[in-house]
Design a protein around this ligand. Structure first.
Ligand SMILES: *[C@@H]1O[C@H](CO)[C@@H](O)[C@H](O)[C@H]1NC(C)=O
Ligand SMILES: *[C@@H]1O[C@H](CO)[C@@H](O)[C@H](O)[C@H]1NC(C)=O
Length: 370
């Protein structure tokens, strides 16, 4: 599903500063950190060679950075310095990013289970067998005490969040890797997601009843954004849609002419998504009019992360480059070259950016590792 285009950039060699300069800088940073708690960047490798990918978006909670890896490990690192706090092993690749709710982390694995772990210490609270790889990120509805996620067997599940028990399920015609998006409107009582069968589904939250489905003529593998009564979602057919929440009628579409396998993100009235042709687009969310486009010249499979303070958005590419663009104009502020493909969204958290690739990276919001 997450196809690599096989292109790898090698890291450019940095000119080496004098050793003594390094030592002085190192000492002064340690001192500064000691005095003022200045956040320092760090990286964390799962294996010494860095061949195991991290294709999930980390969750930062209780001063820990939580994420799953391609070798089936679920890892918690100390947020300040990247040291391991605990690890929980699963029986398959983890492509499902975690969700946290009331101290519990929820995520799926290719071993067919959905896991619930205590964020303090990593103790397993329960696991649920889904009969198919779970690459979709679970979504919590705290009002209903319910957790939604899809699996490769085409089933969307609604579980009771504390007990981990099945409340309802809905069978679609293809694998589900997209996550559930919820209506902003409480009266709407609907959830939205896509399937490889080409449809966007709207189910009733309380019992999983089909309200409508919308044919996109291409696999829908990514998560919709919901805003202004519109479901905003891209398709493998190359089209991006604005669909009415009530009734599932198309309001607008934009033809990107290349498969869209990144989730939609809404920020300051724009909707952002990336494409297999290397383009990142910003459209007006209510009309679908293009505001700007940016060509990264590499397949984009990671959705954007907005920064809260800087007017920037971040996304990564299959070539391993993390870009920071102006959200209003699409102008590039900086880029950072990592050692592997970036397949999940980055997280901006208190002026630091966290993202997975060949390693877990924490870099400064200026795009630096020092
Ligand atoms: C990481 O930071 C925490 C909190 O400041 C500290 O307790 C811990 O000892 C640090 N670990 C290392 C290896 O520096
Ligand atoms: C998984 O498959 C088994 C055997 O076919 C079945 O009994 C069970 O109900 C299934 N579980 C779910 C959650 O679909």
């Amino acid at each position: 599903m997450k196809v690599s285009d096989g292109v790898r950039r090698t890291l450019p060699r940095r000119p080496r500063p004098h050793r003594w300069l390094c030592a002085i800088l190192l000492l002064s940073t340690l001192k500064l950190q000691g005095c003022f708690g200045t956040p320092d960047p760090w990286t964390y490798s799962i294996t010494p060679t860095g061949e195991t990918l991290i294709a999930t978006t980390p969750v930062i909670y209780l001063q820990q950075v939580h994420f799953g890896t391609d070798d089936g490990r679920f890892v918690a690192l100390h947020q300040q310095n990247g040291t391991e706090q605990w690890i929980h092993k699963t029986g398959g690749r983890i492509r499902s990013s975690p969700t946290v709710f009331e101290n519990i982390l929820y995520f799926g694995s290719d071993d067919g289970y959905l896991y619930a772990l205590n964020a303090r210490g990593g103790k397993e609270m329960w696991r649920f067998q889904a009969n198919g790889s779970v690459s979709s990120t679970p979504t919590v509805n705290d009002r209903l005490n319910r957790l939604f996620f899809g699996a490769d067997n085409g089933v969307m599940y609604g579980l009771h969040i504390q007990a981990g028990q099945l409340e309802w399920s809905y069978q679609t015609g293809g694998p589900i890797s997209s996550s559930v998006a919820m209506s902003q409107n409480i009266r709407q009582d609907q959830i939205y997601f896509g399937s490889d069968d080409g449809f966007v589904y709207a189910l009733r939250e309380s019992d999983g009843l089909l309200m409508w489905r919308f044919d996109t003529s291409g696999p829908v593998r990514t998560t919709a954004a919901v805003d202004h009564d519109l479901v905003l979602v891209g398709s493998g057919s190359g089209k991006f849609y604005g669909i009415q929440e009530r009734g599932g009628v198309e309001v607008w579409h934009f033809d990107a002419k290349a498969a869209i396998y990144t989730s939609a993100a809404v920020h300051r009235g724009f909707v952002f998504f990336g494409c297999d042709n290397g383009m990142m687009y910003a459209l007006q969310e209510t009309t679908g009019e293009k505001v700007w486009e940016y060509n990264s010249f590499s397949q984009i499979r990671s959705s954007i992360a907005p920064a809260i303070d800087a007017g920037l958005i971040y996304f990564g590419t299959e070539q391993g480059i993390l870009y920071a663009l102006s959200d209003l104009t699409g102008e590039k502020a900086w880029e950072f070259i990592s050692g592997g493909p970036i397949q999940a969204a980055a997280v901006w958290y208190y002026s630091m950016i966290y993202f997975g690739s060949d390693k877990m990276y924490r870099i400064s919001s200026k795009g630096r590792l020092e």
